[in-house]
Design a protein around this ligand. Structure first.
Ligand code: SAM
Length: 212
């Protein structure tokens, strides 16, 4: 928790403005002010909130902004668990995004406290770029996903803009990492995930894969 970005995530004040102010603004920033990321994000949220008797895990859930939406569609034994490292984010999640079939747990994405092959859907949205050692977290996402289940990631990607002199350095000073276009997909493939689909929009990438 040493980077500027990680410290911000520990702040009570930031956790309360995150969902309604920061995340929508940040999402627009990913498409450099355009609507493309916001449009894709809306479609993804609709997809993730589809009804069903599923087990869903939201890794680095922040204030539960996606967790609660994913939980809302679940039926019967369906459950959605959000895990995060930040107590401030989790208390905002409990206060503002509690719902039936939704639970929150303090945990590190490097050591997810669930058994192998547990969840139908495992998400990690807008978080890998903040984590100093992010690729092992992808292995954990895949480990807890059940065969036939899906892993869904939203994170950053290097573009011509981020390759401009100094841009990546400034981002790194703040604690943000840019991924090469093949890094996330490559790690998923190495972990045995198939049907990996990558959509790059502006500075962001959405990646969905299935565990065979
Ligand atoms: C920008 S928020 C993302 C919230 C939400 N997933 C979204 O898409 O809006 C990033 C979250 O990652 C969490 N985080 C960072 N490193 C983590 C780790 N190693 N394990 C669990 N959560 C972590 C932070 O505490 C923060 O709440």
């Amino acid at each position: 928790m040493t980077s500027i970005a990680q410290r911000v995530m520990q702040s009570n004040a930031f956790s309360t403005i995150y969902q309604d102010l920061w995340r929508p603004t940040f999402t627009r920033l990913f498409s450099l002010g355009g609507r493309a990321t916001a449009d894709f994000d809306r479609a993804l949220r609709t997809y993730l909130a589809r009804p069903g008797d599923r087990k869903v895990l939201d890794v680095a859930c922040g204030p539960g902004n996606y967790t609660a939406e994913m939980g809302a569609g679940l039926t019967r034994a369906g459950r959605c668990v959000g895990i995060d490292f930040s107590p401030a984010m989790l208390s905002t999640a409990v206060r503002t995004n509690s719902a039936e079939r939704v639970a929150y747990l303090r945990a590190d994405g490097h050591a997810i406290p669930f058994a192998d092959n547990t969840f139908d859907t495992v998400t990690c949205l807008a978080a890998l770029y903040l984590i100093p050692d992010p690729l092992p977290v992808i292995d954990e996402l895949v480990r807890v996903c059940r065969p036939g289940g899906e892993v869904v990631i939203f994170t950053s990607v290097h573009t011509e803009v981020t390759r401009l002199p100094g841009v990546a350095t400034v981002a790194a000073v703040g604690g943000y990492r840019m991924f090469e276009p093949w890094e996330i997909t490559g790690r998923l493939h190495d972990a045995g995930v198939t049907d990996v689909e990558q959509t790059i929009i502006g500075l962001g990438q959405y990646v969905i894969g299935r565990k065979p």
